[in-house]
Each structure stands twice: as structure tokens, then as C-alpha cells.
Design a protein around this ligand. Structure first.
Ligand SMILES: Cc1cc2nc3c(=O)[nH]c(=O)nc-3n(C[C@H](O)[C@H](O)[C@H](O)COP(=O)(O)OP(=O)(O)OC[C@H]3O[C@@H](n4cnc5c(N)ncnc54)[C@H](O)[C@@H]3O)c2cc1C
Ligand code: SF4
Length: 568
């Protein structure tokens, strides 16, 4: 028997006379819902490990270990407080396992899953009366609040939502006015980081035998999954979550605001808190982190900056996802839907398809809008093949090492490069979903489809978040270690011009982009032609897994011999 199995048997109370609650992989908390108020000796939790789920996409090993270790420790924590635990390793989707358990245990309940994909998996069981869905109490705002904050309907804007929520909750408000006289200190939070103050090192955790066992299971059973597994970087227990949050408050938040947009090769997180993976499985609760930060003795720009992310952005993206049914229903009409989960470019990198266990009734692969028509594949550089672009290579290496990078590297390096190459927004979303430990459909889809790629037009952001090398050079130290010169040879700037020229017609009239669009149309036609030629050359070479150099790009060689027809 496994260490986990033995410990569970040792702690397991008598399961008779219980009301059973299904606890999905991302609800590992007893601070909300029935677990927070019903008597432990009358409650039982159903914990399911379904290898079918991780097999759907090439998820990072660290993500699999994080979820599994937290789920198992949560089961042990509940058994220790007298809650009965039914732990099942299922062969197939959650709905099949729960159907069998409902026969055994009687009617089951579950807090509404955050992931649409899990809701879709469970729907037939809910319809058949085998599972009762009760509200998820982990969210801070309601759909009604969201709608009331946007009286004109879509397009939706985070600022209006955030202001309404601040007013409704009274958070960072004084006598009906925002603390400091403004709702947002965003403009003050754009300093680059030159090494001072020292960036904190993330905490490490001592893996116990249960976590060690999860690590071995992941290495054995999910050996084909990408990414490094580092159990010492993995918060697995309720106590680990406390330790991470204490570190975030002490070491990160004092400097969080001013350096929020900075990027550095010397620190993948800088002063960001790294709590997203734990917030998204509810190990840490948003109400708690927002409440504590609001009361902390910190510069207002840091308190407000953090609270805007959790109370504002995190809630906002979730509402947009719900309102659009995961971007299936858009104001301009329905989106195309990917029939099955995408591999995020895995095949192109690994040279073999990602195999998964497909069953009738499985959830689809998500909405695939592409307002600008991007449909190219994601280059193998996103899987770790060196591209020669130091910013991209640095961030990608960090992602496969840690399953994490902070917001600006996601937006202004990864999504920026992919958008400039007209990569399929769906393929990029699937890559983010697989690669990051905090990715779930409700949060990754809005951030990539809505923010990172402008795939749903101006539905939730006023303009595409794209930039040339000047922004990356100003906000990071990546260019210092790059073979390209950001002011002369870097291809990202011509890619930016080529993007604007290519999409000028569709982007015309986009607020905040007018000057850039006018500038590109004033650009000398010869330079516009060479921007486009460079775009085609860079994309072709990156798709072929080649590394770029200033020499090879300026030489403008023809198509590489190993470029495959059909690869875009
Ligand atoms: C292309 C792209 C993809 C992203 N994919 C994800 C994802 O899969 N999962 C995810 O949780 N976040 C995602 N984000 C949002 C954001 O980048 C991460 O939440 C953040 O970087 C997590 O690191 P942190 O905990 O150190 O955050 P901090 O900077 O310390 O922020 C605190 C918290 O605010 C919340 N937050 C901040 N911005 C957002 C946002 N835009 N959307 C939702 N929550 C936010 C997170 O819960 C985060 O933990 C994505 C952003 C972009 C641009
Ligand atoms: S020079 Fe260009 S490619 Fe190199 S790090 Fe800077 S922005 Fe990135």
C-alpha cells in the first residue's frame, strides 16, 4: 500500500451516516462551503484522481504534482479532523466515477466547479440527478455585480467593474471615496528594476513522504509530460500555503507596486507573489488575501496594485468567461470550437502526436476565436528550442523550469511574440494551459484569447497588447544578454510594424492605437515590404525550430531544407 493510502487508513473515521461532498481538484479548502460549517463527523468527501484528465493535454509535471500533492494532503487533513474520505483512482472521466459512487454513497453534492471543462464533464450526471451543484463560495463578486458595472453590455471593461466592486465592498475606500483620491495607481507602477531593492528568493518546502510519493508517481506515470519537477518548490500542504503567503506579504508586497511591470533575467518573479496556483485551487482564498493586504501597513500603490489584480482582474476574467460560455458566445456570433483539446504545439516540438484517451461525451477543446485571423502554429521555441531571442528564450526556460512566470513576461514577451507571428490564439492558449501551474480554462482563456492576442477583438481590452523591442529593452535586462541589438538588429520591432501594417484595416478606429497605425502607414513602402519579408522569414525559421542570429536574418537566406509543407 502507498504511504498516502496507509496514512489515510490510519486516520479514516467511521464512514457511516455521512452526507457526501465531491471535492474537485481545485477546491482544496475547508474554509468555505459545507466543510466550513457542517459537523465533520457527519460529512464525507469524495476525492477522485482521474488520470484521464492530465492525459488530455501535455501538462507540466510540476502542475500535475502540485494538484495531486495538494489533493492528497487535503484528504489527509480532512480525515484528521474527522471527515470521512472516499478516495478513488478512476479509469475515465469524473462523471463515470461519480455515477458509480452516487449508487454507493447516496446523493452527492459539489460546489460549482470553476472550470467549464469540469462542468461540461459532470453535466449529464447533474441532469440525471446524481449530483447536486451548490454555489461556490470562493468568489468575491456575483454575475449581477458584473453586469450592473457594465450597463451598456459588451465590450466589457475591467476598470468600470473594479470601481463598482471597490464601492460595493468598501475595500480601500474612505467615506465613499477611494483611498489616496484615485481608484488606480497603475501609472505609478511602471518602474524598471535595476537590482535594487533585492528581489526575494521564493521559499522552499521540505517534501514529506506523501509529496515524495506523488513526485515518484508523476515521474513514472506521467513520464511523457514536459517540464522539470522540483518538489522543494512545491507548496503541498495547508502549512506550506501559509508559509508561501507569509513570504509574499513580507518579502514581495512592500515593493510589489512600483516594479509590477518590470522584467529581469535575474529573477523570474521579482516582487510578484506567486500565489496564483494556490488561489486557483482555493488553498488560499481571495477574500482572505484581499482583506489582509487592505489592512497591511504598506505603500498604497502596492496595496492597491495587488488588490486590483485579485479583486479586479481575477474576478473580471472569470465573469467574462461565464458570460460568454467560455468565448463560445460572442457579440458578433458564435466562435468556432476545437473538437478536442489542443496540444499547444507539442507535436511540432516532440515530433510525435500527444496521445489521449478520448471518450464519447468528453468536453470539447474550447472556443477558437481569432479576430485577426492568426492561424500559424506555435514555434518549438515555446517548448525550449532556442530561438536566439534572449527575452523569449529566458522566459520560456523559466516556464519549463518552474511552471510559472509573472504577468508582464506572459503578456509582453510570450503573448507578444506569438501575436506578432500571427500564431493561432487557440494553440497559444493550449500551450499556456499546459505549461503554467495556475492555468485553468476560466482564467487562461480570457487572458490569452482576450488580453494576450486580441482574438476576441475589443471584447475585454481596448487594443492588442503588442510592442517592439523598445518596450522590452526599457522594462527588462533581457536585451543585455541578447545577440540582437534592440535599437538596430532586433527582429521584434520590424515584426511589430509588420503586424500593424498587416492588420491595419481590422484595427483601424481602435482607440489608443491611432498614432501607431498612422505611423505605420507613413512608413516608407520599401521598409514596409522589408518588415513583411522579415516577418515571413522569422516565422518560417522559428516554426522550423531554427535559432535566429543577426547574421542569418540579415543574410535573408531562403527556406530551410527541413521546413515541412503544411507547417505554418
Ligand atoms: C497571456 C496570459 C496568460 C495568463 N494565464 C493565467 C493563468 O492561466 N492563470 C492565472 O491565474 N493567471 C493567468 N494570467 C494572469 C497573471 O499573469 C497571473 O495571475 C499572475 O502572473 C500570477 O502570478 P502571481 O501569483 O505572482 O501574481 P501577482 O502579480 O502577485 O498577482 C496577485 C494575484 O492576482 C491575480 N491576477 C493578476 N492578474 C490576473 C489576471 N490577468 N487574471 C487573473 N488573475 C490575475 C492572480 O491570482 C495573482 O496570483 C495570465 C496572464 C496573461 C497575460
Ligand atoms: S534585443 Fe530583441 S530579441 Fe533580444 S532580448 Fe531585446 S527585445 Fe528580445
Amino acid at each position: 500500500m502507498s504511504v498516502f493510502g496507509r496514512r489515510l487508513v490510519e486516520r479514516q473515521p467511521d464512514p457511516a451516516g455521512r452526507r457526501w461532498l465531491f471535492v474537485p481538484y481545485d477546491q482544496v479548502t475547508d474554509a468555505i462551503g459545507p466543510l466550513s460549517r457542517e459537523e465533520p463527523r457527519r460529512l464525507g468527501v469524495v476525492i477522485i484522481e482521474a488520470p484521464w484528465k492530465p492525459a488530455r493535454r501535455p501538462y507540466h509535471k510540476q502542475k500535475l504534482a502540485l494538484i495531486l500533492a495538494n489533493l492528497r494532503h487535503f484528504a489527509l487533513e480532512q480525515a484528521a479532523r474527522g471527515v470521512a474520505v472516499r478516495h478513488v483512482v478512476a479509469n475515465g472521466p469524473y462523471r463515470s466515477a461519480l455515477e458509480r459512487l452516487a449508487h454507493d454513497l447516496g446523493p452527492l453534492r459539489a460546489m460549482e466547479p470553476a472550470e467549464r471543462e469540469l462542468r461540461a464533464d459532470l453535466q449529464s450526471l447533474v441532469d440525471a440527478g446524481g449530483l447536486e451543484i451548490i454555489p461556490h463560495e470562493g468568489w468575491l463578486t456575483t454575475a449581477e455585480q458584473f453586469r450592473a458595472s457594465q450597463p451598456g453590455g459588451p465590450p466589457w471593461r475591467m476598470d468600470a467593474f473594479y470601481r463598482a466592486v471597490r464601492r460595493a465592498t468598501g475595500i480601500l475606500m474612505r467615506s465613499g471615496k477611494p483611498e489616496g483620491g484615485k481608484f488606480s495607481f497603475d501609472v505609478a507602477n511602471r518602474l524598471p528594476w535595476a537590482g535594487e531593492p533585492t528581489a526575494p528568493s521564493p521559499p522552499s518546502f521540505a517534501p514529506d513522504p506523501v509529496t515524495e510519493e506523488v513526485g515518484q508517481l508523476v515521474e513514472r506515470r506521467f513520464a511523457q509530460h514536459p517540464g522539470c519537477l522540483d518538489l522543494t518548490a512545491l507548496p503541498a500542504t495547508a502549512a506550506d500555503a501559509e508559509a508561501l503567503w507569509c513570504w509574499a506579504k513580507r518579502a514581495c508586497l512592500p515593493a510589489f507596486g512600483p516594479y509590477e511591470d518590470a522584467m529581469s533575467a535575474r529573477s523570474s518573479g521579482l516582487f510578484h507573489t506567486r500565489i496564483s496556483a494556490l488561489l486557483n485551487i482555493n488553498r488560499l482564498l481571495p477574500a482572505r488575501v484581499v482583506g489582509e493586504v487592505a489592512r497591511m501597513n504598506l505603500p498604497l500603490q502596492s496595496r492597491e496594485g495587488f488588490i486590483r489584480q485579485v479583486l479586479g482582474w481575477r474576478e473580471f476574467v472569470r465573469h467574462v468567461h461565464r458570460e460568454t460560455d467560455g468565448f463560445r458566445r460572442l457579440p458578433g456570433g458564435p466562435s468556432p470550437i476545437a473538437p478536442g483539446p489542443g496540444d499547444g504545439g507539442y507535436r511540432r516540438w516532440a515530433g510525435k502526436p500527444w496521445t489521449r484517451d478520448v471518450r464519447a461525451g468528453d468536453p470539447d477543446g474550447g472556443a477558437a476565436p481569432s479576430a485577426l485571423g492568426g492561424d500559424a502554429g506555435l514555434p518549438p521555441a515555446f517548448w525550449g528550442v532556442p530561438s536566439g531571442l534572449a527575452c523569449l528564450d529566458r522566459v520560456v526556460a523559466g516556464v519549463w523550469r518552474e511552471g510559472y512566470s509573472h504577468h508582464i513576461t506572459r503578456l509582453m514577451v510570450l503573448a507578444n511574440v506569438a501575436a506578432l507571428l500571427d500564431v493561432s490564439p487557440r494553440e497559444l492558449t493550449d500551450w499556456f494551459w499546459a505549461a503554467y501551474t495556475d492555468a485553468y480554462d476560466w482564467v487562461v482563456e480570457p487572458n490569452v484569447l482576450g488580453m494576450g492576442t486580441f482574438a476576441v477583438g475589443d471584447l475585454m481590452s481596448t487594443k492588442p497588447y503588442i510592442s517592439g523591442a523598445a518596450y522590452i529593452d526599457r522594462m527588462s535586462d533581457f536585451c543585455e544578454e541578447c545577440a540582437f541589438d534592440p535599437t538596430r538588429t532586433c527582429p521584434i520591432t520590424p515584426l511589430y510594424w509588420a503586424f500593424l501594417a498587416r492588420h491595419e484595416r481590422r484595427l483601424r478606429g481602435t482607440p489608443r492605437l491611432g498614432i501607431a497605425l498612422q505611423a505605420v502607414m507613413r512608413r516608407d513602402p520599401g521598409r514596409r515590404r522589408s518588415d513583411r519579408a522579415l516577418f515571413l522569414r522569422v516565422r518560417e525559421r522559428l516554426l522550423a525550430g531554427e535559432s535566429l542570429t543577426p547574421e542569418s536574418l540579415s543574410a535573408g537566406r531562403g527556406r530551410p531544407a527541413h521546413w515541412k509543407a503544411g507547417d505554418r
